[in-house]
Design a protein around this ligand. Structure first.
Ligand code: IVH
Length: 669
């Protein structure tokens, strides 16, 4: 018995430690322990819970992973409706809302809270006995879907809260997918031939409304809480601002950019500031929300329809526009996919002129009923390629033409095939000039062998002239051959030859990536390089061994095996080796490296090496290189003409390194 009591105590102790570190990591962005230590705690807890299932509780951190697929979502009745918001698009509309409201409250001045209007999915989280019992979508405002299991996988949502919180209450907030996570998810989907998400909001909604919580768990979702829905048996603060502070004190994640302001002019300033910086935000915001701070005033003002009088959404200019779809072109991807794209009447969207936009595949075009000569809505979201959202059917004249995929590859005229259950058509001809040219282009690209001076045009020319028929031919190129090409200057030819020679020193991970094996991105290439150390070992691997590597699934394993099975590819590898291109890489375990656990962000221009080289050297020593400054950033490397990252790093008190400091650090370690 005594033993059982001890075990129970240890389980509880582990849970509170893990909850504390979750909060530090996911809510405060200020972890105190390494991932490895965290994993150790989690492992111990899981093991104890397997041995003593009687001690498993629904708020245990192990329960976030999502057990079995849900049958279907149940319906949740919201005790108090989730409202929507009225919109203002122009300054005049904001100011007229303000004066209307001022009048309604008898011309007494009031404070305002400004927040980002996050483009995600509204949810309501109910805590009974201070434990998360229900998580629901907004639905129609009165009835939402029960997505508790899925929301439990979001680490910034506390599963239980402290004794200071009311015993029963509901909070509301916006679940979102940060832009970086969105881009990554779409890249993965593109590689797998799955339809892409049009924007982070759809991706977040799609992720939360998954029948299988294990899929939700894999998406890097986050949440900002923006209101207390209702609370019982404890007094709550009298203002919205204090409520946000109050919720923060129970472990809820609240947007740190929220501001308490006292005049509508300051609101306008807040709006301008963020309109300008909106691209820098790690999440998508489509405007700001302005709320009256006093909850008594909020109550007094009430709502009309579903919209409160005490708040308004002040929207940023849309990143959408309408234009004419002049034609649909087909490009041939490196792996032979035939990708339809829209040829548009040029149009400006949020300050960028768009001439072409992605159309994913024939099914997608059909589903959206997009026709040639349609007026279409185009959209930019994050850093992704502009997309065609859909047609404006009311503008149709009847002359629009329905698109059908060509039956043959537009470049080599080989009959196109469609894989079973797949959306994309392929040109199966591995010798298709379009594919070969793109393989060459990919091989020489910066992320690959980084052979400067050979871009799209020269790759194509070298191929057409018969000088480079596959990537290994690059290493046989002579300066004299280059000089015979149209408009090739002596200096450029020397530079290219030099760049080719230099590329022989590229690390193994880059070579693997450069080969353009289906589904092998930069990260996977790094993983493989670290694991195998040289190409020979990788080429000899079997499926079982591949699948034993964490992070390698069936798709990747099959793709690697298929690549090395092809005689042509084996010949290329052998020739690269002959040309001394295939480097050895030390097989290392990431956690043993000197810069393990340290996160670097680079801003501005570096003088001694390219950003990519710097990042590669950081990674080689076990560090990570990220694009954005967060609280987890260890160092900001400041080059010439630094960008806005510097300001952010300074605001967060993050250590800065000059290029010299970085060099020293890299050389010492
Ligand atoms: S307050 C009555 N605050 O906008 C107040 N909503 O159009 C309504 N949203 O369904 C919610 N960021 O999904 C509020 N900081 C924020 C928000 C926000 C995004 C969304 C939310 C809501 C919709 C209302």
């Amino acid at each position: 018995m005594a033993d059982l009591a001890k075990i129970k105590a240890r389980i509880e102790n582990l849970r509170s430690q893990i909850n504390y570190h979750n909060y530090r990591y996911y809510v405060l962005d200020r972890p105190e322990i390494s991932d490895a230590e965290y994993d150790g705690l989690m492992r111990e807890l899981k093991k104890l819970e397997v041995g003593y299932p009687q001690f498993i509780t629904s708020d245990s951190p192990t329960q976030r992973v999502g057990a079995e697929p849900l049958e279907a979502f149940g319906v949740v009745q919201h005790p108090q409706p989730l409202l929507s918001l009225g919109n203002a698009f122009f300054k005049e509309e904001l100011f007229s809302w303000y004066s209307r409201t001022l009048k309604l409250v008898g011309n007494k001045r009031f404070d305002l809270v400004c927040e980002h209007k996050i483009d995600g999915l509204a949810v309501a989280l109910t805590y009974l006995n201070r434990q998360l019992t229900t998580g629901a979508t907004r639905g129609d405002g009165l009835r939402g879907e029960n997505v508790t299991q899925n929301l439990k996988t979001i680490r910034s949502i506390p599963l239980s809260v402290s004794k200071e919180a009311p015993p029963r209450f509901e909070v509301r907030g916006e679940v979102f997918l940060p832009k970086a996570g969105f881009n990554k998810l779409n890249e993965e989907r593109a590689a797998e031939g799955q339809p892409l998400f049009a924007n982070p909001r759809n991706a977040a909604a799609g992720s939360v409304r998954q029948l299988d919580p294990r899929i939700t768990a894999k998406r890097p979702l986050d949440i900002y809480i923006y209101a207390l829905g209702w609370a019982e048996d404890k007094p709550t603060p009298p203002t919205h601002w204090e409520t946000l502070e109050y919720l923060k004190s129970f472990g809820f994640k609240v947007n740190p950019n929220n501001r308490l302001l006292s005049s509508i002019e300051e609101v306008q300033e807040f709006y301008y500031t963020w309109e300008e910086k909106r691209e820098d935000l790690p999440f998508e915001a489509d405007g700001i929300v302005v709320k009256i701070n006093s909850l008594a005033l909020q109550e007094q003002l009430g709502e009309v329809g579903h919209e409160p009088r005490w708040a308004i959404a002040y929207k940023f200019p849309a990143l959408q526009a309408t234009t004419k779809l002049n034609d649909i072109g087909i490009s041939v991807g490196r792996t032979g996919t035939l990708n339809p794209y829209a040829i548009l009447e040029p149009v400006s969207v949020g300050g960028v002129t768009i001439r072409q936009a992605a159309l994913h595949n024939e099914d997608d075009i059909r589903r959206k009923d997009i026709r040639i000569d349609d007026t279409v809505i185009v959209q930019r979201a994050g850093e992704v390629i502009p997309q065609v959202v859909g047609p404006v059917k009311s503008k149709r004249t009847g002359k629009e033409k329905i698109f059908t995929m060509p039956k043959r590859c537009p470049v080599c005229n080989t009959e196109a095939i469609r894989g079973e259950g797949e959306a994309a058509y392929y040109c199966p001809n591995a010798a298709c000039p379009a594919q070969i040219q793109q393989r060459i282009e990919h091989f020489v690209s910066r992320g690959g062998m980084d052979i400067r001076g050979i871009g799209e045009q020269l790759s194509s020319l070298l191929y057409r002239e018969g000088l480079v028929k596959n990537v290994a031919d690059l290493y046989d190129l002579k300066k004299e051959q280059l000089l015979k090409l149209e408009r090739m200057a002596d200096k450029s030819a020397s530079n290219i030859i030099e760049a080719i020679t230099k590329s022989k020193k590229r690390p193994l991970s880059r070579v693997i990536f450069a080969l353009g094996i289906l589904h092998i991105g930069e990260e996977m290439a790094e993983l493989l390089a670290k694991h195998f150390g040289n190409m020979d070992r990788l080429a000899k691997i079997n499926q079982e061994q591949l699948l034993a590597i964490p992070g390698v699934g069936d798709k990747i394993a099959d793709s690697i095996l298929a690549f090395f099975r092809q005689e042509e590819n084996r010949k290329i590898i052998a020739r690269l080796k002959q040309a001394e291109v295939l480097p050895e890489e030390e097989i290392v375990r990431a956690e043993e490296l000197p810069l393990s656990g340290q996160e670097f962000v680079i801003t501005g221009r570096l003088e001694t090496f390219s950003r990519q080289e710097a990042e590669a050297r950081i990674k080689a020593l076990g560090g990570t290189a990220k694009d954005n400054v967060t609280r987890q950033t260890t160092y900001l490397v400041v080059g010439a003409e630094p960008g806005s990252k510097l300001e952010r790093a300074q605001a967060l008190g993050i250590k800065e390194l000059s290029e010299q400091d970085l060099l020293k650090l890299l050389e010492q370690t």
